[in-house]
Design a protein around this ligand. Structure first.
Ligand code: HGY
Ligand code: MN
Ligand code: MN
Length: 403
């Protein structure tokens, strides 16, 4: 609730964009809370924030937990933030219990999970895991023309005294606590979800190019109207995705930028986003592969360019991690439900480099990416208790990958 002050919106939500002044203010607050728990802060070239509880064996690969502090423009208070603060709470409880862990445990706040200011999302975790080179992201610009490179320089200037460690460090395991952002746990009456996997997601940027013309004089039949062409494409895409993808397909055009965006000028440019998701990777592949031809078929006299920004197939977390989370919840007397994540998370990229898992807690009516996002404190506490014991198990296991 305190962190929600940074980027607070009038309607009770949060707009805390990646690498913004609001996120920097949130860093200061989280670092201060970390210091109270004797956690040592450091960053990395991708602008991720780490808070470290040193273990007895500093040569051992650390265990990592956390999530993200950036939000959508109409974000809620808990998406991402819960995972970061649950990690700090867990480490504070471990310290207060006088437990010394073998491995160091680090809490991370990933850079730009949401992909709202800078597309695509999950830049910090992708660069950390080596899934994509950081260099791929540095020239991406926000709506004001500020690049990731410039925004990162601002962050690193603000925390110039903070040590920086390399990307692609060796990890023993990763666990992320997050709100479900869906209705299942609440509907089924569970406080904790054992996340078995994450559905696949492909994102695209479609750029339609026409020609400016006078709205009153240009004959209708001679226009190269980029917005009307884009509208035809979006309609055709929506029909095709739903026809072939069934109820499980998720097709979203969340952003549309019109140029020159003047009421009496025939639009010369229309750029729109596509967020396509499906549990079935083969179907996600075939549906996504149809997008360029569907756009071309409705371009009319305009030109169209389709760029794929992210390609991520469905993934399943290792049984040893889901079993550990499930058994830990059970040992605490907290019933848990196995659940597949429809939302994307940084755990996707950690899954490619170490044994990874996620713990979900319910949110009211599954509402998220919306100011009305809300949770029950007792559910957050239940999730944090499971996280705490999972972190202890992983940090004291000489081969957590074998967990
Ligand atoms: O879009 C997602 O699934 C995540 O919440 N950023
Ligand atoms: Mn999130
Ligand atoms: Mn989100």
């Amino acid at each position: 609730m305190a962190l929600a002050r940074h980027g607070a919106t009038a309607n009770g939500g949060v707009n805390r964009q990646a690498l913004s002044a609001e996120e920097i203010a949130a860093w200061h607050e989280v670092i201060a809370w970390g210091r109270e728990a004797t956690l040592v802060p450091f960053t990395d070239p991708a602008g991720n924030l780490f808070l470290c509880a040193e273990g007895a064996d500093r040569s051992a690969a650390p265990v990592l937990t956390g999530s993200h502090l950036d939000s959508q423009p109409t974000g809620g208070k808990f998406d991402g933030v819960y995972g970061v603060l649950a990690g700090i709470e867990a480490l504070q409880a471990i310290r207060d219990a006088g437990l010394t862990l073998q491995r160091s445990v680090e809490v991370v706040a990933w850079m730009n999970e949401e992909g709202s200011r800078f597309a695509p999302g999950m830049m910090g975790s992708a660069a950390f895991a080596g899934a994509l080179p950081l260099a791929n992201f540095l020239n991406v610009r926000d709506a004001d023309g500020i690049s990731v490179r410039q925004a990162l320089a601002g962050l690193h200037d603000e925390f110039a005294d903070m040590p920086s460690r390399p990307l692609r460090r060796r990890l023993a395991a990763y666990v992320e606590a997050h709100i479900e952002q869906g209705p299942i746990l609440e509907r089924e009456g569970y406080q904790v979800g054992v996340v078995t996997g994450i559905q696949g997601k492909r994102t695209f940027r479609v750029s339609v190019k026409g020609m400016e013309a006078h709205a009153g004089t240009e004959p209708q039949g001679e226009r190269r109207d980029a917005l009307l062409a884009a509208v035809r494409m979006i309609h055709a895409l929506d029909e095709a995705m739903r026809e072939c993808g069934g109820d499980d397909v998720k097709f979203t055009v969340g952003r549309l930028v019109v140029t020159p965006n003047a009421p009496s000028v025939v639009p010369s440019g229309a750029v729109f986003s596509i967020d396509l998701r499906h549990v079935d990777s083969a179907l996600l592949t075939s549906l996504g592969n149809r997008i360029p031809s569907i756009c071309a078929a409705h371009a009319g006299e305009c030109d169209v360019d389709v760029v794929e920004l992210t390609t991520a197939m469905s993934l399943h977390f290792p049984e040893r991690m889901t079993r550990l989370i499930r058994d830990t919840a059970s040992a605490l007397g907290i019933p848990s439900l196995d659940i597949f994540s429809a939302a994307g998370h940084d755990a996707r990229f950690l899954h490619s480099v170490c044994p990874s898992g996620m713990i979900f807690v319910p949110c009211k009516a599954g509402i998220s990416h919306n100011p009305q996002e809300s949770v029950k404190p007792e559910d957050l506490a239940a999730g944090a208790r499971v996280l705490t014991d999972v972190l202890v198990a992983l940090a004291n296991d000489s081969h957590p990958g074998r967990v």
